[in-house]
Design a protein around this ligand. Structure first.
Ligand code: ADP
Length: 437
């Protein structure tokens, strides 16, 4: 039978332990008692035998050498309290309290008494009846006491277990009341035993972590919906206007161009969101292989060259010589493009963007530096947060969603690396991705 509740289990353990203890204690006590009763009996018959052995020669003398009369006299004079005596000369019984031989199992002792020139044997024995009777009383007490004691121990154990486990029950009740919308509630820690308080504190810490991640999830969903709303309303508005009356093909073309631009933005945003959600869920497995990181940086520079030209920026690529690296090429390409894209976006015409790759024994440092608008000190620490835009109006107008750097950070961390930002307003920014080799 499996006991389902902890209370029942504790009571059962308590009962088993108590019964074992009681049985062992009873066995020990019973053994001690029976040994001491038998020892006391041995002492008594020994003392009686000594008395009889001392008495017999005197009676023998008094009876003028009549051994039979002397023996009868001794037997009648002895106060034996239920013990038995026999005086023999060789095999012949001179006098005895019992006609037969001592029963098997009786305690017995004997002495030799010299009277005249002969030796006489004095034997005293005691049947074990009195010891047996006393032990029977003790046995009865044990057999009545055991169930009584177990009943008391069972009730006591149950009450004790209930009292000990009460704080757990109240904790479970409090935890039961906490729902997704009341994650800020906490379990009361005061006035509980230390072990339960540790459990309650750990549970509260878990709640705090859950609360934080729920909070950031809620924020993420709210931000994402907010970001999705803008391109969707532009698309809808443009379609509404275009369809409100008959228009020329140039106007339709212009509207469709806007719809296409916004759709592209929308699909970029959905891609980014999907990537971050997959990364959060741990569903992205890196497709690692060996490749030349310098070539990857050079390719990225080439792919944004057009953009830099459009903005009349100087783009310099210092990728250096062959640098073999093991990692996810696609993801790292994405990170470099994001950094270059930002640098170009936030650098005014005439400025300069530089991509540098440096190798050391312990790892590589990939740096994208620009002479652009820079980031205020207060914003620099937060630009890696999702949907965070430094200089809100400026960034939104420049078309970013505030997810690019969050993705760069995730890519760096998934390669066991890190990304950092150094910037000063008006002077430019420097983003460094450090990756271990
Ligand atoms: P966005 O898509 O808005 O550019 P990012 O995550 O890439 O989002 O960047 C977050 C914010 O950091 C941007 O809104 C921008 O204000 C700031 N930022 C990023 N890179 C640069 C840079 N090279 N120079 C100045 N500001 C930058």
């Amino acid at each position: 039978m499996r006991l389902r509740t902890l209370r029942a289990r504790l009571t059962a353990y308590y009962l088993v332990f108590f019964s074992l203890l009681f049985v062992l204690f009873s066995i020990f006590l019973y053994g001690q008692l029976s040994r001491s009763l038998v020892a006391r009996m041995d002492e008594t018959i020994s003392a009686e035998a000594d008395t009889a052995a001392g008495l017999f020669p005197d009676e023998f003398q008094e009876m003028k050498g009549d051994a039979d009369r002397a023996a009868r006299e001794v037997v009648s004079e002895m106060k034996l309290h239920g013990d038995r005596i026999a005086i023999r000369e060789g095999g012949r019984v001179l006098a005895s309290t019992d006609p037969g031989a001592p029963p098997a199992g009786a305690r017995r002792t004997s002495r030799t008494a010299m009277a005249g020139v002969r030796a006489y044997q004095i034997e005293i024995w005691s049947p074990l009846d009195s010891v047996e009777a006393e032990l029977a009383v003790v046995r009865r007490l044990i057999f009545i006491g055991l169930p009584l004691l177990l009943a008391v121990a069972g009730v006591g154990g149950y009450l004790l277990a209930r009292r000990t486990l009460h704080p757990l029950g109240s904790m479970a009740e409090q935890a039961h009341r906490i729902t997704g919308s009341t994650l800020d509630a906490r379990i009361a820690v005061e006035q509980t035993a230390e072990e339960v308080a540790v459990l309650a504190t750990s549970f509260n810490e878990l709640l705090s972590r859950l609360d934080q991640s729920f909070d950031s999830m809620r924020r993420f969903v709210a931000d994402a919906s907010h970001e999705l709303r803008t391109p969707i309303s532009v698309i809808r508005g443009e379609a509404d206007v275009a369809l409100s009356q008959e228009r020329g093909s140039a106007e339709y073309r212009e509207s469709l161009g806007i719809v296409l631009d916004e759709s592209r933005r929308l699909s970029r945003l959905v891609d980014d969101l999907l990537n971050l959600a997959r990364a959060d869920a741990g569903h992205v497995r890196l497709q690692t292989h060996d490749f030349y990181l310098n070539e990857l940086v050079a390719e990225c520079c080439r792919s944004v060259q057009g953009l830099a030209n459009t903005k009349r920026l100087i783009l310099e690529c210092r990728a250096g010589g062959d640098l073999q690296f093991t990692g996810d090429e696609q993801l790292l390409r994405r990170a470099v493009i994001n950094l270059l894209d930002n640098a170009i976006r936030y650098t005014p015409a005439g400025g300069k963007v530089t991509a540098t790759l440096e190798a050391a024994d312990e790892g590589v440092a990939l740096r994208v530096t620009d002479t652009g608008v820079g980031i205020a000190a207060g914003d620099a620490g937060r630009v890696f947060e999702r949907f965070y835009r430094a200089g809100e109006a400026r960034s939104r107008q420049d078309g970013g969603f505030g997810l690019g750097l969050a993705i760069v950070k995730w890519i760096a961390e998934s390669h066991h690396g890190a990304v950092e930002c150094a910037s000063s307003v008006g002077a430019g920014s420097c983003f460094t991705v450090r990756l271990p080799r």
